[in-house]
Design a protein around this ligand. Structure first.
Ligand code: NOJ
Ligand code: CA
Length: 554
């Protein structure tokens, strides 16, 4: 694969796929850690920063390039940390700023980068900025938030719906105006049009970059601005529903200016700091815009068109990956399934019988690609989503002040099969999922056929096999609608093929699309136990077992 760099964007040479660029993040695996649930170091039942530090050797051995730690700021926990009351500090339950510095330094020593979750669309209603803002109409910080008069007595300015359901407006009796929140009332949106607010937010970014962060995961990026005329929502959700992306509440052109400015702040620091965006879009064309017209905004916008899929569908996945490769102008795609907002993929795609095989398949689907892939803690051991019935029996209390519909994917990491799965010596804030006696790090590391070993193998391929490390994506035709096959091509350095049977029965394939014909993959780089693929080396026509994955190389 030959490729040339022009204007900051990788250019393909006629007919080839896009090569990997050389920035670290363009080929990184970024591992998301929900700090409350990863490792408790002091026995209070709540995971913490020192717990993460204690597990860095595990992450190094697994082979991840970076970790994204979800919010550990002081917070009233109306939305478990996504309601920030102090941007430049650490919540006591997670540790201290010194613990953070220690984590960042220890990670760096191991060659692992750390990303901070930057919640820049809203603060907590207990943040001092908001307390000042709501104190009077002429407070200097009044305009740091979005205040409007009602449209009549007791009537909000508009009838928009929040992402979490209910209205986006809360009335403040003291000053007689309404404030805007696309999420909870405890999460007032800041006003990015205000220069003072902007400067303060950029200082927050500088603070964490000086404290060892290699960049940020940006929360809720589509929502930074609203249509300033506040029209009625043209597509209001049904009663009880939640808002989607609407022209009035998201994707405003003003977003780009802020993201360019923020990117400039990052570019002033060494080490290629990165922005990883929670950049939900409705179309691939919109996703392309998130990178910036000149590649000068978010380097890594998460591809929700891929990540929100919940059904194994070979044609559907081929479409998403082909789109990401062919319609993003050579920018780096970001593939993922699980997160603290998404139910775990072992449960989502599993059919109740073949979940482990399917987990290996979905791993190959994200980690086999060119570009950046995200993992969510516990994904590598096949952790399951805890069921709502089980969760409803867990009492609320100081450690679990409220139930959240996403608690099922936030249960403690399963380190071993013993008490509390090795997460905590105390009583965990959420119980450990019952599968932990089988699905745990300690057991799976010893089993060469485990989900853990499969993930470790894929991560090793990404680092050591030229086709996976440097190669472009090659769209292929598997000749079978149940099978998704794609190639990776690093030219003279090597080619590879990934073949995934997304159905519960054996399938025949006849793979075409490599320039010059089937290369004849003599090496089986990896194959899930289910994947018999005799004949693959010679002809590209072979049979692949139910939910099988076959990865061949030259
Ligand atoms: C997206 C975060 O991922 C989610 O967990 C949070 O509830 C909302 N943004 C609000 O910050
Ligand atoms: Ca703790």
């Amino acid at each position: 694969m030959k490729a040339a760099m022009a204007a900051g964007v990788w250019m393909a040479v006629a007919g080839s796929g896009w090569a990997q660029s050389s920035a670290w993040y363009d080929r990184a695996v970024i591992y998301e850690i929900y700090p409350r649930s990863f490792q408790d170091s002091n026995g209070d039942g709540i995971g913490d920063l020192n717990g993460i530090t204690a597990r860095l050797d595990y992450l190094k051995q697994l082979g991840v390039d970076a970790i994204w730690v979800t919010p550990f700021y002081p917070s009233p926990n109306a939305d478990f940390g996504y309601d920030v009351s102090d941007y430049v500090n650490v919540a006591p339950e997670y540790g201290t700023l010194a613990d953070w510095d220690h984590l960042a330094a220890e990670a760096r020593r191991r060659g692992i980068r750390v990303l901070v979750d930057f919640v820049l669309n809203h603060t907590s209603d207990r943040h001092p900025w908001f307390i000042e803002s709501r104190s009077s109409r002429n407070n200097p910080k009044r305009d740091w938030y979005v205040w409007r008069d009602g449209s009549g007595p007791g009537e909000p300015p508009t009838h928009w719906t929040s992402i979490f359901g209910g209205t986006t407006w809360t009335f403040d009796a003291k000053t007689g105006q309404w404030y805007y929140h696309i999420f909870l009332p405890q999460q007032p949106d800041v006003n990015w049009a205000n220069p003072g607010l902007r400067a303060a937010m950029y200082d927050v970014a500088r603070f964490w970059l000086r404290h060892g962060a290699s960049g940020f995961r940006l929360d809720a990026t589509p929502y930074l601005f609203e249509d300033p005329s506040f029209p009625e929502d043209p597509h209001p959700p049904k009663p009880g529903g939640a808002a989607g992306l609407e022209p009035c509440n998201s994707g405003r052109p003003e977003n780009h200016e802020v993201l360019r400015e923020l990117r400039k702040v990052l570019d002033g620091f060494p080490g290629q700091p990165v922005l990883l965006g929670e950049s939900t879009t409705a179309t691939i064309g919109e996703l392309r815009k998130v990178y910036g017209e000149h590649g000068d905004e978010i380097q890594l916008p998460m591809d929700f068109l891929f990540g929100n899929r919940t059904r194994l569908d070979a044609r559907g996945f081929k479409k998403e990956v082909d789109d990401a490769e062919l319609k993003l102008g050579g920018q780096t795609p970001v593939f993922f399934f699980s997160s603290h907002d998404h139910p775990r993929q072992w449960s989502v795609f599993g059919d109740g019988k073949n979940n482990d095989r399917i987990a290996k398949l979905t791993a190959a689907l994200t980690l086999g690609q060119r570009g950046c892939a995200l993992m969510y803690y516990g994904e590598e051991i096949g952790m399951a989503t805890m069921g709502a019935g089980e969760l409803s029996k867990v009492p609320l209390g100081p450690k679990r002040p409220r139930a959240d519909p996403r608690d099922g994917e936030r249960t403690p990491m399963q380190w071993d099969g013993g008490k509390n799965a090795g997460f905590s010596a105390g009583s965990p804030w959420l119980p450990v999922e019952k599968g932990h006696t089988t699905y745990n790090v300690e057991r799976e590391k010893r089993d060469p056929d485990s989900i853990y070993s499969w993930y470790a193998g894929l991560l090793k391929l990404r680092h050591t096999n030229a086709a996976f490390r440097d190669g472009g994506y090659v769209p292929l035709d598997s000749g079978n609608p149940e099978v998704f096959a794609f190639g990776r091509d690093a030219g003279a350095k090597g080619r590879a093929v990934v073949v995934m049977n997304m159905s519960g029965s054996e399938q025949k394939v006849r793979i075409t699309g490599f320039r010059g014909g089937w290369p004849g993959f003599a090496k089986v780089l990896m194959a899930s136990l289910a994947a018999g693929a005799a004949g693959a080396a010679e002809s590209g026509s072979f049979t692949i077992a139910a939910y099988g994955v076959w990865i061949g190389g030259e």
